[in-house]
Design a protein around this ligand. Structure first.
Ligand SMILES: [Zn+2]
Length: 395
């Protein structure tokens, strides 16, 4: 295997060297702040953006999104050649200021997708302990040791990078408080002088879609709103990772967020409707009500992804029979979706019905043979976790 890998590396080396580099576009955003638009590459099918913050004699870069991937991958490659190219491009563009910090909001590669070329240049990476556990997959053991001092792990007290030219306040968010975070910990970056807040993939506006006559925002966006209220800041603009969440504008006016949250149908309230209809009820009763529940959800324009999400919420809370009943309803409403059968299989497993779990797992793959669902091994680990959490909350 190793020989084949070596051969592949050798064969691909010239390809990497000549691969087209992405287009870079620098856009002034405010005093001493520029957006860096990074065009499509072989590993990223859309433009992403980073934020360059200028201090007196150094630069900080918020994010280094050389990849477009979120959590949907098995390994985290260090995109070293693109990283070296970007490092050199910044050097050429800002000859008087050296890049000193790269700030990473979370471990997804669409936040930061390279370490080594910049570590080698003395750059320090600002991240969190739980994110780094995963991000460190980009380095080998020897590199992890060699560069250990160049990683700054932000904890609940946050951190600030400042001189008399500029200031970045780093806030750490934890999933125990902000339920919609896609990762255990997450960093937001506030530029108080420019009144800009960088929130990465936490702003998601689902444009063109209305529920009950109003736009709906994702739970992540609701969390952005809560965060701004909780820490009592007043940004004028919100920066997000994906241009496509809000047309192709670079920054979203905070007023837009406020307006959205005041006028939209809240995703969380829709989720509560589904949750409240089944939580803490006897399985037989839920089954008796199946027709009226389905009718209420369909005529009430409940996004069907909420059924799946609520089933997992119930399971995580140890409400296993209720989670199973909800998964059954989901499979009745959406039999063409392989995920319905995957969830049903999992909920049967949690309820100790392993035979049915296997049957529906196979059904999931009959609907879509390529679907990447769960497996008894994965479910076994999760049910043990759910039981442990249940024991903890009883003690
Ligand atoms: Zn993300």
């Amino acid at each position: 295997m190793k020989n084949i890998l070596t051969l592949l590396v050798l064969l691909s080396a010239p390809l990497v060297a000549f691969a087209a580099t992405p287009e870079l576009r620098f856009e002034p955003l405010a005093d001493n702040v520029q957006l860096l638009h990074i065009g499509k590459t072989d590993v990223k099918r859309y433009e992403t953006k980073a934020c360059i913050v200028k201090f007196n004699d150094f630069l900080a870069l918020i994010e280094l999104p050389l990849s477009g991937l979120g959590s949907d991958m098995d390994t985290i490659p260090d995109h070293r050649s693109d990283g070296a190219w970007l490092r050199d491009s910044l050097r050429a563009r800002f000859p008087r200021r050296k890049l000193r910090y790269v700030l990473s909001s979370h471990w997804h590669p669409h936040s930061v997708a390279t370490f080594q070329p910049l570590l080698d240049d003395g750059v320090r990476f600002v991240t969190t302990r739980s994110s780094f556990e995963i991000q460190s997959g980009m380095l080998n053991n020897e590199e992890r040791e060699r560069y250990a001092d160049q990683f700054i792990m932000v904890d609940s007290s946050g951190m600030t990078i400042a001189d008399d030219a500029n200031r970045i306040d780093v806030y750490r968010l934890a999933r125990s408080q902000y339920k919609a975070l896609p990762t255990e910990e997450f960093l937001f970056f506030h530029l108080p002088r420019q009144e800009v807040l960088y929130v990465a993939c936490m702003f998601q506006r689902l444009q063109g879609r209305k529920i009950r006559g109003h736009e709906v925002v994702s739970p992540r966006t609701e969390d952005v709103g809560s965060f701004i209220r909780n820490v009592n800041i007043a940004p004028r603009e919100i920066l997000c990772l994906y241009p496509f969440w809000d047309g192709d504008r670079s920054a979203i006016a905070a007023d837009t967020l406020k307006h959205l949250l005041n006028n939209c149908t809240l995703y969380s309230s829709l989720q509560n409707e589904v949750y409240d209809a089944v939580a803490h009820r006897a399985g037989a009763e839920i089954r008796k009500d199946a027709d009226s529940l389905i009718a209420a959800w369909l005529t009430g324009e409940i996004p069907l992804s909420i059924l799946n999400r609520s089933a997992y919420q119930l399971a995580n809370e140890g409400q296993l029979p209720q989670a199973l009943e909800l998964a059954r309803l989901q499979a009745m409403i959406l039999p063409s979706d392989p995920n319905s059968w995957d969830t049903l299989a999992e909920m049967y497993f949690y309820n100790g019905q392993v035979g049915l779990a296997k049957y529906y797992n196979a059904q999931c793959h009959r609907v879509d043979s390529t679907f990447k669902g769960g497996s008894p091994e994965v479910w076994q680990g999760r049910i043990e976790e759910i039981r442990r959490d249940g024991d903890r909350s009883q003690n």
